[in-house]
Write a protein that binds this ligand. Structure first.
Ligand SMILES: [Zn+2]
Ligand SMILES: [Zn+2]
Length: 243
């Protein structure tokens, strides 16, 4: 890119992103990194050699296998770029008020997805997890859309903003709800408006954060019922409970 344009762009982005790391307060050297410094990003990566549930991507202490909680989930596999703390947590929070994904976030998604595709083949389209229209109107945008758009651009996959819609606003993470109650509260929360965009396709659902897999399950179920061949999930971050 031309140096003058790059300088102008960096100037604009430096207005958007804070100059200080939101995690540790140090100077953020590169606008590429968004809200956290390079050191905090490094610290927020999954530890080397980490083990994950092979289906839902939950970090596990024991060797390969499944966590035991996700066997009935309608998605094929879910992965997160990092744990919901440090740089990833601050990035997810920032995204709720600024609909821009820092280049580093796009690249992390691309790398996570490349690994998923290496095992099981290409995805046909990328679908951001939708917000209920009322909630989206309140916020002004859907925070899953910017990272999904960045990923679509980097990977060359089609971005599908039309098919999946959220028709009920639910509060799936209310304290005290068990897994079954959460699942019930999400039943029928998603519908597919354009089944022809979904039928026979391998779909990658993109969301900002996974707390339980209940939302991803409900969205994947709607897509599968509309004929999707397969639904996988990638999120920026994953809330990791002590287990
Ligand atoms: Zn930092
Ligand atoms: Zn699992």
């Amino acid at each position: 890119m031309h140096a003058v344009i790059r300088t102008a762009r960096d100037g604009l982005l430096s207005l958007l992103y804070p100059a200080d790391c939101r995690v540790c307060g140090a100077n953020v050297d590169s606008w590429d990194d968004g809200v956290a410094c390079a050191r905090c990003w490094e610290r927020s990566e999954w530890p080397r050699g980490a083990q994950f549930c092979e289906k839902c991507g939950l970090p596990m202490t024991r060797a390969a296998g499944r966590c035991g909680d996700c066997d009935d989930a309608a998605f094929e596999r879910a992965r997160a770029c990092g744990a919901y703390r440090g740089a990833w947590r601050e990035s997810v929070l920032f995204l709720k008020s600024h609909p821009f994904a820092a280049p580093r976030i796009g690249r992390s998604l691309r790398d996570a997805v490349a690994e998923m595709e290496r095992d099981r083949g290409r995805f046909d389209s990328i679908v951001p997890a939708p917000l209920h229209p009322e909630r989206e109107a309140e916020r002004g945008f859907n925070q899953a859309e910017a990272p999904a758009r960045a990923l679509a651009q980097l990977s060359g996959r089609r971005l599908d903003l039309l098919s999946l819609q959220r028709v009920r606003a639910t509060t799936p993470h209310r304290a005290g709800m068990d897994a079954r109650q959460r699942e019930r509260s999400l039943r029928g929360a998603f519908i597919v408006r354009a089944p022809r965009l979904v039928a026979g396709r391998r779909i990658l659902l993109v969301d900002d954060v996974m707390t339980t897999s209940a939302t991803a399950h409900a969205a994947a179920l709607a897509l599968r019922e509309a004929g999707a061949e397969r639904v996988d999930v990638v999120t920026l971050a994953r809330v990791v409970f002590a287990r």
